[in-house]
Write a protein that binds this ligand. Sequence first.
Ligand SMILES: [Zn+2]
Ligand SMILES: [Zn+2]
Length: 369
Amino acid sequence: MRVRAAVLADYGRLGLEELDLDDPGPGEVCVRLAAAGVCHSDYHVYTGDLPLPVPMVLGHEGAGRVQAVGPGVSALRPGDPVVLSWLPACGRCGPCLRGRPELCRVAALAGEHGTLPGGRTPFRRPSGEPVHQFSLTGAFAECTVVPEAGAVRLPEGADLASAALLSCGVLTGTGAVWRTAGVRPGESVAVFGAGGVGCSALQAARMVSAYPRIAVDVHPRRLEAAAACGATHLVLAGPGGPLERVLDLTGGEGVDAAFEAIGRPETIAQAFNATRPGGRAVVIGVAPPHLDVSLNAFAFPSQEKRLLGCWYGESSPARDIPALLRLQEAGALDVRSLLSRRYALDEVGEAFAAMLSGAVTRALIAFAS
Ligand SMILES: [Zn+2]
Ligand SMILES: [Zn+2]
């Protein structure tokens, strides 16, 4: 089948191309995309900060309908609405067996190679040259082929635009608060970076009645969005850094739990320094792999501070997406407020620019149906 896709030909060079897409193989499904969120991770690949193989179809946060299923697929049928998961766990490797599917080794290895598990990529240029697929998804394409575990069934009638955001930003932000940090009612939180992930973390903190819920960002517009997502205090980070202001808001003590949703060494250190003695800082933001963080070593034992990493919200999409949908139905989770603007498939560059300028919480690629 011939599909249009946003292809990263080389770092910094993104364009629309017509590609050949293989039929789904055993245990795979072909999904026709309806919507795909634009995430900072896509941009990190675009710049080469996340040095993945090119050419590559970007996009990893999508929803659509099953177009076709390969041999042996029993749980999905053509026409089913699904949301993509960029971390389809194998269920058999060490981390999967230890109950940590988000650390699945098979999926991680395929992600590094820009292929499906097994080493094949379903996309090819008309010349026959293989085109890699970002994070086992490649959602900036009219159709893609993913492992069966990479397509989570949605109820009929689900809004596919907001469902697209569930699969990366919302799963990650909510999971960081509920699972990694285990925030309890009455605990204070600060979220550094109020994009799609940060605003999801704020909503999760609101749902468990954390207070205060402090949002920190350099963009005033993002802070407005944070307020709509449950932030009770807004801190515009200036040249001197936001630390003093966060400490002021917590009686000089710092917060119980701080979340870094940007992926920069300076903001990771700020989040750590903004926690109270005995508190925990959670790093959600994806920094370029070569960067290190500098933290005060004495603070670990003397203040019992904990620094925690969080990948994909420690989530299991098949288990957690239905729960998020129920929370949406109950009005506790508001995904639509994260959705700022829609772009066409040939406007991914514009969506990146809007994301970097702080003009959007989450930009969405909407596919013509
Ligand atoms: Zn993402
Ligand atoms: Zn696994």
